[in-house]
Every structure is written in C-alpha cells, then in structure tokens.
Design a protein around this ligand. Structure first.
Ligand code: COA
Length: 342
C-alpha cells in the first residue's frame, strides 16, 4: 500500500503571556483563598503560554457560550489559515493540491465550520473532502493523522490536518475545585497543521497507530458544555491510569514494526502536565533527555490541547530515526503513532 508521509508542518500562536504575570494580573485574585493554587501555577512546568483572550487584560468569565463561540470563529480563522498555509508551503504544495482537509478542535463550534470557511478562504478545490473531528480533546491529532493517513494511502492524494484550540475562551468563574485551578494553570492556545502526501521520498512515514481506551475511568476527564463556556473535570488519578496503560500501548506499537523502546530516536509525548511526562518516562524506562522536547513545548507554549503533540513533533524535526508520538485525553484514552524516516 502507498505510504502516507508527513512532508510539511506549520503553526500559528496567538499573543504570548508570562505565567507569573497572568497569576499576578488575574488568577491570584480569582483563586484568593485557594491555598494550593499558587503552588499548582508554579509547579505547572509552564513559563509562557498563548491566549487570544488574556484574562489579565480581558475577563471572559461571565461570557455566555454563544459569545465565546462567536469569538472562536473570529480568532480561529486567521490562526488556522496561517498554520495551514505554513504547512503547505513547507511541503511545497498549493491549496489546490489538497484532497482531504481534516480539522480537529474541542474548543469551538460553528456551522459552516472552520473546515468549510478555511477551505474556501485558502482556495482549496470545490471537490475537496473534509472531516471535522470535534470534542475528542488533547489526543485528537493522532486519530486525525490516522484517518488522514488512511485517506492518503487509499486515494493517493495529499491531505492536511489542522488542530486549532483556543482554550483561553473557556476561562471559568472562580471555584475552589482544584481541577479548575490545574486546567487554568496549564492550558494554552495554538493552531498547528501537517501535510501528508502519498509515497513522498522525504519526511516521516506514518507506520502505525495504536489506541487504548479504559472506559472504567471515563469520569476522570470531562469537558462539559455549560452556559458559561466549556468546563474541564480532571481527576488527580489521571497520571496513575496512564501509568497502567502506556507500556502496553507502546509495546503493541513497536512490536508491530519489529522495534524496541531503545530503537526509538525521538519521543513526542503530549505534555498534559509535568507529572504526565514523569509517568511516561518512568514506565517506559526512558531518560529525562527523551522528554526534553515535550518539556520545552510545555514550558514555552503550555498545554495547547490537540495542537500540542504536533508542536512537539516539530521540535523533533531534525531527529533521524523512528519517532513515537503519544497523546492522552478523555476516555481515558491513550493514542500513539509510529513515524519512520520515509
Ligand atoms: N484535580 C484536583 N487536584 C489536583 C489535580 C487534579 N487534576 N492534580 C493535582 N491536584 C492537587 C494535588 O492533590 C495536590 O493537592 P494537596 O496539596 O491538597 O495535596 C496539589 O494539587 C498539588 O499537586 P502535586 O501533583 O502534588 O504537585 P505539583 O504542584 O508539582 O503539580 C500538577 C501539579 C497539576 C502540575 C501535576 O500534578 C500534573 O502534572 N498533573 C497532571 C495534569 C493532567 O492530568 N493533565 C491532563 C492530562 S492530558
């Protein structure tokens, strides 16, 4: 079968803000009286993040969901356009060459959607196939890659995947629940896109995907649509559940390709938080240096939900050899992809 090869990547990041400045400028007051809040912000592993709506400048906590969704479309269009144009440019393709355009997001909805509006704005063909992946959460890039890869392999035409997340539009009214503090300390905004092409002789070939969902932990991570935006529910047990499953997922992924953990040259692990990276490192017996790209993305960009793993992959662009990309989210679900040199 024709291989689907990642040949280009692009991203767009809204305004950068400093973690300490947003604490001082907004969250210190928002979480006044929540003893652990300061410690969670400091221990988040995030130094700078991005936001289309920085709470220190603009307080959206009282905004209804309709206003947040209208703002989403307004902000997501230029970011998505920049990320997709950058990825196409890097691949040396024009918008007219694209056969499938897949968009993943869990932070904003509209009809006509981002996929339709961007396709028309960028000048993609009228006969373009589209796929909108909604509400899967932080791991959506990997099922997106899997579906786009299958399309490319089966139809022999290029596909583009865009992950666009504007988590800053979902800042919640002050509550003492610590999972809200954790979410507001980690999450960030970004758009990231990749191009997949059939049988290209450069780039990374999508060589396998493994998914694992543990429905007994479905209540550990939730993303509820409320009248005041989307609200995250996050159990402190999430890292322990990942610890139970990550070894089996990676084993299945690598065994399928005749590889071992030691053969992997680069690890693009979704930095859901510092403890997530600690758990993956320890369970797989990796060195701290294997987590460097993921920690750097967390420090510089925060957890940008589904866009994050694509940003980490980009950090590993110069790594020669097999790369494993992994992301986690509601279900609880682990998704992993193996990328081999084309
Ligand atoms: N919900 C509620 N409380 C949480 C929590 C959560 N998801 N995660 C941590 N806490 C609490 C801890 O129980 C602890 O409370 P305590 O002081 O009353 O004991 C406090 O927050 C500090 O957590 P701890 O992990 O001990 O220290 P830390 O400050 O070094 O790290 C986090 C805090 C949140 C950055 C870290 O725990 C982490 O990375 N967690 C994973 C986040 C996650 O699940 N992300 C999404 C996955 S895709």
């Amino acid at each position: 079968m024709t291989a689907a090869v990642l040949t280009g990547a692009g991203s767009a990041l809204p305004a950068t803000f400093d973690q300490d400045a947003v604490w001082e400028g907004f969250f210190a007051q928002h979480y006044a009286g929540v003893r652990a809040a300061r410690r969670i912000f400091t221990g988040s592993g995030v130094r700078t993040r991005h936001a289309v709506a920085n709470p220190a400048d603009e307080d959206l906590t009282g905004w209804g969901t309709g206003a947040r969704m209208a703002r989403y479309i307004e902000e997501a269009l230029p970011l998505g356009k920049q990320a997709v144009a950058g990825a196409l440019d890097a691949a040396g393709l024009a918008p007219g060459d694209v056969g499938l355009f897949a968009v993943a997001t869990c932070t904003g909805y509209a009809t006509p959607g981002l996929d339709i509006r961007l396709a028309s704005d960028l000048g993609m063909p009228a006969g373009l196939e589209r796929l909108l992946v909604g509400h899967m959460g932080c791991y959506a890039a990997i099922p997106g890659l899997s579906a786009a890869g299958d399309y490319v392999a089966a139809r022999g035409r290029p596909a583009v995947l865009l992950c666009c997340e504007l988590t800053s539009l979902h800042v919640q009214p002050a509550r003492t629940a610590l999972d809200q503090v954790v979410a507001h300390a980690l999450f960030s905004d970004a758009a990231a896109a990749v191009v997949l092409e059939p049988g290209a002789g450069r780039g990374r070939r999508l060589a396998g995907v493994v998914a694992r969902t543990d429905p007994s932990t479905a209540d550990h991570m939730t993303w509820d649509v409320t009248d005041l935006g989307f609200r995250m529910g996050l159990s402190p047990r999430v890292p322990d559940v990942l610890a139970r499953h990550v070894g089996g997922v990676v084993d299945e992924l690598l065994t399928g390709a005749g590889l071992r953990v030691e053969d992997v040259a680069g690890w693009a692990v979704h930095p859901g938080g510092p403890r997530i990276l600690d758990v993956v490192r320890d369970q797989l017996g990796l060195a701290e240096s294997d987590m460097a790209a993921s920690r750097q993305v967390l420090a510089e960009h925060g957890n940008c939900s589904s866009a994050t793993v694509l940003l980490v992959l980009d950090e590993l662009a110069d790594v020669d050899g097999p790369v494993v990309a992994m992301a986690f989210g509601p279900g609880l679900t682990l998704y992993a992809a193996l990328l081999l040199p084309a």
